[in-house]
Design a protein around this ligand. Sequence first.
Ligand SMILES: Nc1ncnc2c1ncn2[C@@H]1O[C@H](COP(=O)(O)OP(=O)(O)OP(=O)(O)O)[C@@H](O)[C@H]1O
Length: 601
Amino acid sequence: MNSTAHPKDAGKETVDMPKWGDFLSLLSKYRPALWIIIITILLGLGETILNLLIPLFTMDMVNQLSAGNLQGMTIALLVGVFIAQAALSGFSIFSMSYIGQYVIAKLRDDLWQRVLGLPVPFFDRNTSGETMSRMTNDTNVIKDFITAHVISFLSGLVSIIGAVILLLTIDWKVTVLMLLAVPAALLILWPIGAKMFGVSQGMQNETALFQGDLGRVLSEIRLVKSSLAEPLELERGQKRIGHLFRYGLKEARIMALVSPLMMSIMMLLLVLLIGYGGVRVAAGTLNGGQLVAIILYMFQIVIPFTQMASFFTQFQKAMGASERILAIMREEPEESNQVEEHDPPATHAAPLQVSDRSKPVWFDSVSFGYSPDRLILRNVSITVEAGQTTAFVGPSGTGKTTLFSLLERFYEPSGGTIYYGTRPLSSYTLKDWRNRLAYVSQESPMMGGTIRDNLTYGLEEVDEGKMNEAIEQANLKEFIHSLEKGLDTEVGERGVKLSGGQRQRLAIARAILRDPEILLLDEATAHLDSASERLVQDGLQILMKGRTTLVIAHRLSTVYNADKIVVLEQGEVTGQGTHEELLATHPFYRKLVHQQWEQTG
Ligand SMILES: Nc1ncnc2c1ncn2[C@@H]1O[C@H](COP(=O)(O)OP(=O)(O)OP(=O)(O)O)[C@@H](O)[C@H]1O
C-alpha cells in the first residue's frame, strides 16, 4: 500500500506492508464472545441455504402449474421458506452489525487510551487531524469490512458452491455453460479490483489530509481572519476538495466500467441460458421448472461472485487501515510501567503550608535536544530551593520553556538527571510526579466547558468550600458573581469567551485547588492593563507563598522579588544568584535589566 500513498505523505512515518497475521490478531483481540460469532455465521449460512431452496421449490411450483396440479403444500413450503429466509436475514444483518460495532468500540476504547498515554514527542511528530483520522476513518473502514463483507463472503462462498452442486443435479450441460462465464468475469474483475484498491487508498489519504487541514484552520479561525488568510485557506481547501473530487471521479469511472460489464455478462448469460434452455425445453430434454430454477441459481452464483470482488478490495483496505492503527499501538507509551517505591501521594486536602513536604529540585548536568543533532540545553546544573522562587531569564528561544517541559516530564533529558530531593524524577510514576506540579502559563490553556469544569479539570473530588476559597484568592469572585450562570457559564472553545486576565486568574485558581508542591509560571509577555495585572499578581502572590516556584520572568518586578535568578543563554547557564549579585557580576544580565528598564520607563 505504500506504493499508492499520496505523494504528500512521502517522508512521513512509513507504514509497513500490511500483514495478514497482524490484521487477524487485531480482529481477534477485540472480537466479541465466540458464541456470538458462531451464531452469526450460522444465521448467515442458514439464510444462504434457505435461499438455495427457493429455486427448487419454484421449480416444483412451475412444473405443477404447467401440469395443472398445483399443490397447496408446494406453495406453503415456498412461502414458509421465504418468510424464514427474510427473518434469518434480519437477524443475520443485526448480528453482523453487532460484531462490527462491538469490535470497533473495543478497538476505539483501546486506541483512545493508548493515544492519551503517548508521549508529547508523538504529538510533535503527528498532526491532531491525522491522529483523529486514525481514530475515526480507519476504524470505520475495519467496521465496514466486518459488517458488510466478512460474513457475506462466507455465505457467498456457500451460495456459489451450493448453487453449482444443485445445478449439476438439475442439468450438468447448462452448469458448464454457465461456469464458462467465470473466467471472463475474473479477467475483468481482477485488474479492476487492484485499481480500485489504489483509488480508495488515495481517497483515504486525501480524506485524512483534508480533515487535518480543516482542524488546523477551524481551531485557529481568529488567526485566519486577522491575517486575512481566508482566500489562502479557501484556495487550499478547494485544492483538497478538488483532489477528493478527482478521486471520486476515478472511483466513478471504475464503477461505470465494472457495473455495465458485469451486467452485460449477466445479460449475455441470461440470453444464452434462456436460448439454450428454451431449445432444450422445446426438445423435451428440460422442463420449464428446471429452466426457471437454473436462471434463479444463476443469480445466486453471479451476485455473490461480484460481491467477492469487492471483498478483496475491502480486505486490503481494512489491512491498510489496521496497519496504520497498529503503528500507533506500537508506539512506546509515556509511562514505561515502572513500579517503584513511592512517597505518600500528595493530597488535595493538605493545607497550604507546603514547605515541609517540598524538596529542592536539582538539575544535574542536564542536556537535551528535540533532535539528536541539535542540543537545546547543554550541561545545565541548577538547584531550585524548596519553598523559594527561582526566576529564569534569557533571550527568546534559549530553552526556558524546554527546561519546564523536562521538569513536567514531557521529554526525557538526553544527558544528566533531574532530582527532587534525592530521588531522580524517573523514579516517580508520571501520575505521582505530575500531581506535584502545576503550570500556569502565559497562554492559560482552557478546555471547552463551564468555568467549574475548568477549575476542577483533572481533579477527582473538589470540596465546594475549597473551590470558593480558591476563587476568592484568585480574585475571580466578583467576576463569577456578575455572571448570570455563575460557575456554570460556558467559557467557549479554548476559553475564547473570557478575557486574558480572567483566563489567567482561572488558571491561578485551578493551581490553588491543585495545591502543588512545585509551581511553574510562564509570565505573560503581553502586559495586561494595570487593574487586571494587579488582580492577577495578587492571586499569584497567594499561590506562590512558601511554594517552590520556577518562573520564566519577563517583568522586572518578578526578578527583583525572586530569591534566585538563573540566566540562560543558548541553552547554557551563564549566571546564577540574586538580582544584586548578577547586576554586579553579569554583563548580559545587566544589559537585560537596562533594556527592561527602558521599555517600562
Ligand atoms: N516541540 C519542539 N520541537 C522541536 N523544537 C522545539 C520544540 N519546542 C521548542 N523547540 C526549539 O527549542 C528552542 C528553545 O525553545 P524554548 O521554547 O524552550 O525557548 P524559550 O527560551 O522558552 O523562548 P521564549 O522566551 O521565546 O518562550 C527553540 O529554538 C525552539 O525552536
